[in-house]
Design a protein around this ligand. Structure first.
Ligand code: G3I
Length: 354
């Protein structure tokens, strides 16, 4: 009897060590998958926020702290304090940091948008910004959203400060300004992974076709691009998972990485701000499908939610309170059905076929 008991004990220990991850981070680490979330520096001092963040995730991304309007309060000033706080937290908890975002046509500070800079001045300002910020975070930020949301729903280059209002001197030349920015970024930090990050171009549509064509062209001509960020702000409970999976696969086939960068699945709420119970179950199914679509493609290497607790999400304020409850943890940091769905998929790991 004794002989069999020690064998059983060893078997049980062995099974425990390879199975039964207790957190998203443990499950993801087992397969070398990056699981992360957007963070807000003021919340890092909140014990439940910090402990949940460090326990469940292995990468973080500043929700706003590395954007122009925080980093550059005026033309002469760089303020890295909030971004540095995110990096310090990550370093203290052995986490990686994604940078977001170097070039976006929206939410830029007034001194930048209201000063009537010439194209030459904007070109110099933008290259200086990219260089200074990437060199400040060199070795600390492993991947950057270099350009964010530059295309419209038809895949055309959006009008923007950086393209043609008045732009950096490449107005009317399509995606040339995007390529120029990627080349500046690569020169600033040759070791950082450089991503194009986009919303509503996650499935198969004109925008995702345009992203695919742009990446294919960049790769063909040796323009430095390493990946595409699919934001995946899912506003409805009927995400087209097969189309998302197909888009991930075709991008990965271009030999670039795909990061799911801003995943959240918002729900309609009632007058008391509460979702329907059945919607929480459907939300879990959407999270499950998207995580599985990523895990089924070796080229999809990171899954990030845009915040992790419903206590702090952009959606409430940006939907005038009509939607919310979009994230894996509720306002009290309790795991929701969505969390359990992500946990199950991460625990199941990458499908052997891919
Ligand atoms: O902190 C100030 C506060 O002091 C001030 O009183 C208040 C009113 O003006 O503004 C507060 O700053 C707001 C900030 O969120 C923090 O709440 C900014 O106005 C507001 O513009 C900012 O919104 C952010 C938005 O990007 C624009 O930068 C959201 O937090 C952030 O979640 C959202 O994230 C974007 C990604 O960067 C790109 N993809 C889409 C995603 C959602 O829009």
């Amino acid at each position: 009897m004794l002989r069999y008991s020690w064998r059983f004990t060893i078997l049980a220990l062995g099974i425990t060590s390879i199975c039964c991850a207790q957190t998203l981070r443990e499950a993801a680490d087992r397969d070398g998958i990056l699981i992360g979330t957007a963070v807000r520096p003021p919340q890092l001092s909140e014990p439940a926020y910090a402990s949940t963040l460090a326990r469940e995730f292995n990468i973080v991304e500043a929700e706003d702290a590395m954007k122009w309007w925080i980093l550059r309060p005026d033309q002469a000033t760089y303020d890295f304090r909030q971004g540095d706080e995110v990096v310090r937290f990550a370093q203290a908890h052995q986490m990686k940091v994604r940078g977001h975002c170097l070039v976006w046509g929206r939410y830029n500070p007034d001194w930048l948008t209201q000063s009537h800079f010439t194209t030459q001045q904007l070109s110099q300002l933008l290259q200086e910004h990219i260089t200074r910020v990437m060199q400040h975070y060199a070795g600390q930020v492993f991947a950057w959203d270099v350009v964010n949301e530059a295309l419209d729903e038809n895949g055309a280059v959006r009008d923007s400060l950086w393209y043609n209002q008045p732009g950096i001197g490449l107005s009317g030349q399509g995606k040339d300004y995007i390529e120029q920015v990627f080349r500046w970024a690569h020169k600033a930090d040759p070791h950082a992974l450089l991503f194009y990050n986009e919303a509503e171009g996650e499935g198969l549509n004109r925008k995702s076709d345009a992203i695919y064509a742009m990446v294919k062209d960049f790769k063909r001509r040796g323009a430095p691009i390493d990946g595409v960020g699919l934001q995946l702000h899912v506003p409805a409970l009927d995400a087209d998972i097969p189309a998302i999976a197909a888009n991930i696969a075709r991008l990965a086939a271009l030999n670039v990485q795909v990061h799911i960068t801003e995943l959240d699945v918002s729900l309609p709420v009632n007058a008391n701000g509460l979702p329907r119970p059945e919607d929480l179950t459907r939300q879990a199914d959407v999270y499950r499908g998207i995580v599985r679509a990523c895990l089924n493609s070796a080229g999809c290497t990171a899954i990030q939610t845009w915040g992790f607790t419903d206590k702090y999400s952009w959606i409430g304020s940006h939907s005038r309170g009509a939607r919310g409850h979009a994230l894996p943890f509720d306002r009290a940091y309790a795991p929701k059905p969505a969390y359990r769905a992500v946990m199950e998929e991460l625990s199941a790991g990458r499908s052997p076929a891919h």
